[in-house]
Ligand binder design. Structure first.
Ligand code: KG4
Ligand code: ZN
Length: 336
């Protein structure tokens, strides 16, 4: 079965064809990230405009590289929630038009379910149940993936998402957007023990909180500036990365231990973080759990992960009509 996946919830316009939910046949991504970096973050209006300009060519390329016409597809999967609504609607409306023109079923895919499905592309024998930390620019969840379309949220951030914390700290340190890659790049030459950053207290065994950590970095930078001794950027980047990776890995591993999870996965843009991957790998080994990590190219937003999840949603009979709407928010465990 060939599924086309369309993704436009943030600043990537992406389309891909995936066979049977596992084999990537084509994967095309256009991004407005360089333009967004000029403003220090995603400007929703710019993202929507760039999606409109790119979507047609991106989908055409994905089909062309796969050697398929749209009518030969078995499903048209689209990331319909959550995301920047103006951006989401570009993908949703394009997918609806293509479905109407071809008669190919329209398959709505939750963006975070897509991130989790990136693991199916990397690990051909991975099957639910497994435990997954989904950490992106907008969300941080610890999720029990009970089946391909059933999820249970065990923990979440009570304030900022992990990616958002990286982005905000990068800004404070004068590093470019997106903050994840620029902070980890700067951290390479820094000492992770240079600055003592707090471990925020939070209710709930698997919840996380990052706003106190972000404020602690800001306070250090302001105090250093007032004393006329600017903060050491690589040291602060390394200290921050170490702390946030420790928090995320610890909560995930606590949840894995308590639920006796046999398999642990990471998903979302922050899953590309090398230190987080290392800590989760090491901790899981001690627990005797298997770890699956998505390939770096499938951590950030892409169409292949949407197509992969779309395959399983289609198998479960989750199709939509032309009244499908995009949504800015929607829990991952919504009732299909
Ligand atoms: O999943 P994603 O591509 O888009 C959303 O759905 O939000 O995640 C983007 C987020 C950004 O906040 C970015 O700074 C972060 O993922 N990110 C990283 C890394 N690469 C991207 N965070 C930490 N380390 C990285 N290497
Ligand atoms: Zn995403």
């Amino acid at each position: 079965m060939y599924i086309l996946g369309i993704e436009s919830t943030c600043d990537e316009t992406a389309a891909a064809v995936v066979e049977d939910g596992r084999r990537v046949v084509s994967n095309v991504i256009a991004t407005s990230v360089e333009e967004q970096a000029l403003y220090g973050g995603v400007v929703p209006e710019i993202a929507s405009r760039r999606h409109i300009e790119s979507i047609s060519a991106v989908v055409d390329q994905a089909l062309e590289k796969a050697g398929l016409t749209a009518s030969q597809l078995d499903g048209i999967a689209v990331s319909f929630a959550p995301g920047l609504i103006g951006a989401v609607l570009v993908g949703v409306n394009y997918a609806k038009g293509l479905s109407l023109a071809t008669g190919v079923p329209l398959v709505p895919v939750h963006h975070l379910r897509g991130h989790i499905a990136a693991n199916y592309l990397t690990c051909p024998d991975l099957e639910p149940p497994f435990l997954c930390l989904v950490a992106s620019g907008g969300h941080s969840h610890i999720v029990q993936v009970e089946s391909y379309t059933r999820y249970k949220i065990l923990g979440r951030t009570v304030d900022d998402a992990a990616g958002e914390a990286f982005d905000k700290v990068a800004r404070t340190l004068g590093l470019p957007y997106p903050g994840g890659p620029s902070v980890s790049q700067a951290a390479k030459t820094g000492n992770p023990k240079a600055y003592k950053l707090p471990v925020p207290h939070v209710e709930g065994p698997y919840n996380v909180s990052f706003s106190g950590l972000k404020t602690a970095v800001l306070n250090e930078v302001n105090q250093a500036n007032m004393k006329g001794q600017p903060v050491n950027v690589p040291d602060m980047a390394a200290s921050f990365q170490e702390r946030i990776a420790q928090i995320l890995a610890q909560k995930l591993l606590d949840a894995a231990r308590d639920t006796e999870a046999k398999t642990i996965c990471l998903a979302g843009g922050v899953a590309a973080n090398g230190r987080l991957r290392q800590l989760v790998n090491d901790g899981a080994q001690k627990l005797g759990a298997k770890v699956h990590l998505p390939q770096l190219r499938y951590c950030g937003d892409n169409g292949a992960m949407i197509a992969a999840q779309g395959y399983y949603e289609l198998q479960a009979g989750h199709t939509a009509g032309l009244d499908l709407n995009g949504l800015p928010t929607l829990p991952i465990d919504y009732q299909d």
